[in-house]
Write a protein that binds this ligand. Structure first.
Ligand code: CU
Length: 238
């Protein structure tokens, strides 16, 4: 693609983002920046002369994002996967597995495509480990519209394989599960880019805001695996 075509595409992507966001966001008296939410979300600094700098930075730059230890509550609520199968979240989705979780909705045109692409890269990187040692989970933040057939279509479109589940459910049930994960936002269109990496066995979870690279996530998973074998090697803790 030529630089010109690339720039045109980038402009289109930005337009696709800005138009619906501008339509949804109230004009705040005092001339507050309607994109402040996105800025806060991505942690990028403002650039007064280019109102779109943040979006660009969000989509292009970040292959690193700092993780921090997360307190999560896993509710054992019944949810549905992309095949319409009913699964209890705490005991059957997470159980004692190593899990990487993101939060998406299928009609999102801004953050979710990036998160899904990231999981796609992760899926490739994990190879045989996916579905055996590590499980990917995409939680819908728009459960009212993201029915299992919709999730199924999304999974097919993105080449999602076994070991990567997409979950939805009754809105109230889903909202509760999301709350437990610190992933509930009253307006799902304003959801942050967030990823959780955790071990259901040890209860150790890490939360990343923004877009960590697949390397970073795999490194974190390897640490969790190492912690497991260490825990096995020393079964009797003082
Ligand atoms: Cu989104």
């Amino acid at each position: 693609m030529s630089a010109r075509a690339g720039a045109a595409l980038a402009a289109l992507l930005l337009l696709a983002h800005v138009l619906p966001a501008a339509a949804l966001e109230p004009i705040v008296p005092g001339g507050a920046d309607p994109h402040a939410g996105h800025r806060a979300m991505t942690g990028a600094d403002g650039a007064a002369d280019d109102p779109h700098a943040q979006h660009r930075a969000m989509l292009e730059k970040p292959k690193t994002a700092n993780g921090s230890a997360a307190e999560v509550t896993l509710f054992d609520t019944g949810l549905l996967n992309q095949d319409g199968a009913s699964l209890r979240f705490a005991s059957e989705v997470v159980g004692d597995r190593l899990v990487v979780m993101n939060f998406i909705y299928t009609t999102c045109t801004t953050i979710c495509p990036v998160l899904t692409a990231l999981f796609g890269q992760l899926q490739e990187r994990l190879g045989e480990r996916l579905g055996r040692e590590v499980f990917l989970v995409s939680m819908s933040v728009d459960p009212s519209r993201d029915t299992p057939p919709r999730l199924k279509a999304y999974a097919q479109k993105h080449g999602i394989r076994d070991g990567w589940s997409l979950l939805t459910g009754q809105k109230r049930a889903m909202d509760r599960v999301l709350e437990g994960l610190g992933a509930y936002t009253p307006d799902f269109t304003q959801h942050p880019a967030m990823i959780l990496v955790g071990d259901g066995r040890s209860g150790e979870w890490t939360r990343y805001y923004g877009f960590p690279g697949p390397d970073q996530i795999v490194a974190r998973l390897d640490e969790l695996v190492a912690a497991r074998s260490q825990a096995q090697a020393t079964p009797t803790q003082p």
